[in-house]
Design a protein around this ligand. Structure first.
Ligand code: SF4
Length: 302
């Protein structure tokens, strides 16, 4: 989140919980089988429990990505809605650094919540850590150490260029650099590759005899767009067929006008570009001009 915050949307620009449900119903009718609720931070929305309860009536696997601050309040809701997969975004295990990057003092609360959920066998917890050189790449071993006793999956995400995030190639910690750090620290023979799930965005590894695992998401150095089956719906009802697509399809206006949204969904999905919203080369991907045509990550959701 930028220091100055971001302009807030008027309430009537945001989908109501009924509209979220109607749009989700349409996607499910078209074959979608998984829905992940992301943010900003989804749990700050007052009617989030209502949204989850409505979505839980659909034949989908529901999951959530959160900053972890409020998850303890929703533990029973998650269980009632069958939400097992919880991804917690946490970029540092150092309280000071965590507070600096999140502009909040919730480190202890987030760590307590992670441990609370890991203790409960119902949940499958992943931690998402965006790596930045000079900020947190020295914490790679500490993050992996967490998987020794905790059955979690720590995911290291390459820092990606978005509008407003001051991206710079020099700050990138690549897939290979993460692996090098891991093998230097734990020893080559103890870092093993484990199987990735179909359409998985991450490459997964485990330290021998550790309970949990770690993974690397390498959109910059090793894109995995050929197996991507993800689409995104923003809080104001715009469909993005790729995280990096500049174009958006306005489903909410069509819905409010009483029009069918099915054709618009089909057209948007069929026009999904082969790779990173059409930025096929590294030069295009790192171009300031193309990057600034997309929303910032804070306005897309994880
Ligand atoms: S197609 Fe877009 S959303 Fe899918 S993996 Fe590639 S960059 Fe990400």
């Amino acid at each position: 989140m930028p220091a100055a915050g971001i302009p807030l949307s008027p309430k009537n620009h945001i989908m109501t919980y009924e509209e979220v449900f109607l749009v989700a119903q349409k996607f499910v009718a078209l074959g979608v089988t998984k829905i992940r609720i992301t943010g900003g931070e989804p749990l700050v929305r007052k009617d989030v429990a209502l949204i989850l309860e409505k979505l839980a009536t659909l034949p989908v696997e529901l999951s959530i990505t959160t900053n972890g601050v409020l998850i303890d309040k929703y533990i029973e809701t998650f269980k009632a809605c069958g939400i097992q997969k919880i991804n917690v975004s946490i970029d540092s295990l150092d309280e000071q650094k965590f507070n600096t990057i999140t502009r909040r003092n919730d480190f202890k609360k987030v760590m307590e919540n992670i441990r609370l959920f890991v203790k409960d066998d119902f949940f499958k917890i992943k931690l998402n850590c965006v790596l930045m050189k000079g900020f947190n790449e020295d914490e790679i071993p500490a993050f992996i150490q967490l998987t020794k006793d905790l059955n979690i999956n720590v995911r290291f995400i390459e820092f990606m260029p978005f509008d407003g995030n001051k991206w710079n190639l020099d700050q990138l910690v690549s897939h290979q650099q993460v692996l090098d750090k891991a093998t230097q620290f734990f020893g080559n023979s103890l870092v093993g590759k484990i199987e990735d799930a179909p359409n998985d965005t991450s490459k997964n590894y485990r330290i021998n005899n550790y309970q949990g695992s770690f993974a690397i998401i390498s959109t910059v150095t090793n894109p995995f767009c050929d197996s991507c089956n993800r689409i995104r719906l923003t809080a104001n009802g715009k469909l993005k067929n790729c995280l990096f697509s500049n174009g958006e399809t306005d489903l909410l206006t069509a819905l409010r006008n009483g029009e069918s949204i099915e054709t618009a969904i089909r057209v948007a999905i069929n026009s999904k570009r082969k790779m990173r919203g059409g930025m096929d080369t590294q030069q295009q991907f790192t171009s300031d001009e193309l990057r600034n045509q997309n929303r910032s990550m804070t306005a897309i959701g994880g």
